[in-house]
Design a protein around this ligand. Structure first.
Ligand code: ASP
Length: 335
């Protein structure tokens, strides 16, 4: 082929690829439903955020956009995260993960993905406090009684969590280490805190630490006993949780744990698709129905700068450093 003809062929091919990319970016996300991968069991707190967000993003992105939730649970969220890291980077498979994005590198010696390198960050969603809860049959009604009961029953009790590396695992680890009761309880892992909650309500496990988005309904209905909240400040604006002490108030110096959720796409997702998703997310987080549902469960929906991809990535990196130190102080690897 002569050089001029060759150049024309290359230019035509490039134009066609460009036009195709533009068209698919413009069409996004109407080609098929966007799958939000939740790396925990259905019915739990991460799942709850995802299902509410799916509805809000369906509205905020308009034009036939559809969002569905897929639960890929196991190994404290790392199986679902790994699946999304390897998914096709077209914007149709996203990960909705929580603090596990930053805590799993501290709790696992080896992960099959790199949280800061293998994802495009779309933004933060919310912040959620945790509560320390127990099965309804426990004789203790206050945090003090509960701590005394743990000590007098050392070796006979168990604590549930959503798998090694999960938020409930992190919280339980921090709490057991702070009260020096690591030997007092056997840990029982589940695929999420929805099944763990069933076991707690049924009295098969004794204790759990979980996001308020999963616990307020159960506390209100008297199906579990709540002893304390994990935030540094009391949750004074929540009509139910304002009555529970913080762990700091109970003498656990510096105890401060708040869970957050964020949205992520596989690395290499086209910039136009990322922009569309970020705009859809920002708009969804301003949806009064979404805010109302989340606030009713003790969560705080974030806004503005915190929903910016770069700001969220910088936040996750800082959380990673912080949690590395926390886990090292608690003295435990998950694997
Ligand atoms: N709350 C869980 C955790 O401890 C996750 C879940 O089931 O949503 O990480």
């Amino acid at each position: 082929m002569n050089p001029i003809k060759h150049l024309l062929v290359v230019a035509a091919a490039t134009a066609s690829v460009f036009a195709h990319t533009q068209a698919s970016a413009q069409a996004f996300p109407s080609a098929k439903p966007v799958t939000l991968v939740v790396p925990f069991a259905a019915g739990g707190p991460t799942d709850r955020v995802a299902r509410d967000l799916a509805e809000a993003m369906r509205k905020s992105m308009g034009g036939g956009a559809n969002f569905v939730v897929e639960n890929v649970n196991g190994a404290g969220g790392t199986i679902g995260a790994s699946k999304v890291a390897k998914a096709s980077p077209d914007g149709y498979t996203l990960l909705l993960f929580h603090i596990g994005m930053a805590s799993t590198p501290a709790l696992y010696r080896k992960l099959s993905y790199k949280p800061l390198e293998d994802f495009e960050y779309l933004g933060m969603i919310n912040e959620v406090p945790m509560t320390l809860i127990g099965k309804p049959q426990l004789p203790a009604n206050t945090y003090r009684d509960f701590e005394n009961y743990i000590r007098t029953n050392a070796g006979k009790m168990n604590i549930a969590h959503a798998g090694l590396g999960s938020a409930s695992h992190l919280c339980g680890l921090m709490w057991q280490s702070a009260v020096k009761a690591k030997e007092a309880m056997t840990t029982i892992p589940f695929g999420g805190t929805a099944p763990a909650m069933n076991a707690l309500v049924g009295g098969q496990v004794d204790v759990m630490c979980d996001q308020t988005t999963n616990t307020v309904g159960q506390i209100e209905a008297g199906r579990v006993k709540a002893f304390a909240v994990t935030t540094a400040k009391p949750l004074s604006s929540n009509k139910l949780l304002k009555d529970y002490p913080t762990l700091q108030e109970m003498g656990l110096k510096g105890f401060d744990l708040t869970i957050w959720h964020g949205l992520y796409a596989p690395k290499g997702t086209p910039p136009a698709v990322l922009t569309a998703l970020n705009e859809g997310l920002k708009k969804a987080l301003k949806d009064p129905d979404f805010i109302k549902k989340q606030e009713g469960l003790g969560a705080i929906v974030v806004a503005d700068k915190r929903v910016e991809p770069a700001a969220h990535k910088a936040f996750v990196a800082s959380e990673m450093d912080k949690l590395k130190a926390v886990v090292a102080a608690a003295g435990q690897y998950a694997d």
